[in-house]
Design a protein around this ligand. Structure first.
Ligand SMILES: *[C@@H]1O[C@H](CO)[C@@H](O)[C@H](O)[C@H]1NC(C)=O
Ligand SMILES: *[C@@H]1O[C@H](CO)[C@@H](O)[C@H](O)[C@H]1NC(C)=O
Ligand SMILES: *[C@@H]1O[C@H](CO)[C@@H](O)[C@H](O)[C@H]1NC(C)=O
Ligand SMILES: *[C@@H]1O[C@H](CO)[C@@H](O)[C@H](O)[C@H]1NC(C)=O
Length: 156
């Protein structure tokens, strides 16, 4: 009985330490975005447009405040393109912010680039979008940033 009890206490102690470690450490998330032309039919008319993973709007990125998201963008389209992490402050990574003609050369067709998106003070819903020509019209999606575990959003 005493052994079982001490094992149980030990288990609770170890899992408590693990939980604290997990909470203290910012998590890393990895996404692969495949940019490609996709046929979409709307109102009886079909047209080809650039999308991420055949999805319109594109995939949702979900992370917690303080996390870092790595997005490996594979450009299988016909033009160079960058992705901009709209509303995410990237002071440590100005070259990974994607506004074309300012900090980053376009990702050329048939090549890829991995963005490091550091969510430091951001909370709530932001968005990512392409940053060249008209591509943002079809290449965009949400970034949902949950509050750090144990806290709440600073708004209702
Ligand atoms: C996009 O497609 C690629 C290739 O099929 C896949 O590996 C990746 O997980 C997909 N990404 C998302 C965000 O669904
Ligand atoms: C889109 O449809 C056109 C016309 O049917 C076709 O030629 C083209 O290959 C299709 N594109 C894709 C990416 O499936
Ligand atoms: C391109 O993608 C490959 C395979 O996913 C990855 O190993 C490589 O690091 C990526 N290159 C860049 C520049 O992101
Ligand atoms: C911009 O997009 C239009 C329509 O898709 C295309 O004809 C044109 O070549 C593109 N321009 C550049 C600089 O990519």
């Amino acid at each position: 009985m005493a052994t079982i009890l001490s094992e149980f206490v030990g288990l609770v102690f170890v899992s408590g330490i693990l939980m604290v470690l997990c909470m203290a450490e910012a998590n890393l998330h990895y996404y692969d975005f495949v940019l490609q032309e996709t046929n979409f039919t709307r109102l009886c008319s079909t047209k080809s447009m650039l999308t991420v993973n055949d999805s319109f709007p594109g995939p949702v990125i979900r992370a917690y405040k303080g996390d870092t998201v790595y997005v490996n963008v594979h450009n299988q389209g016909d033009y160079g393109v960058t992705i901009h992490w709209h509303g995410v402050k990237q002071p440590r990574n100005p070259w990974s912010d994607g506004p074309q003609y300012i900090t980053q050369c376009p990702i050329e067709p048939r090549s890829n680039f991995t963005y490091e998106v550091i969510l430091s003070i951001e909370e709530g819903t932001l968005w990512w979008h392409a940053h060249s020509n008209w591509t943002r019209a079809s290449v965009h999606g949400a970034i949902v940033v949950y509050p750090t575990i144990g806290t709440t959003y600073p708004f209702p």
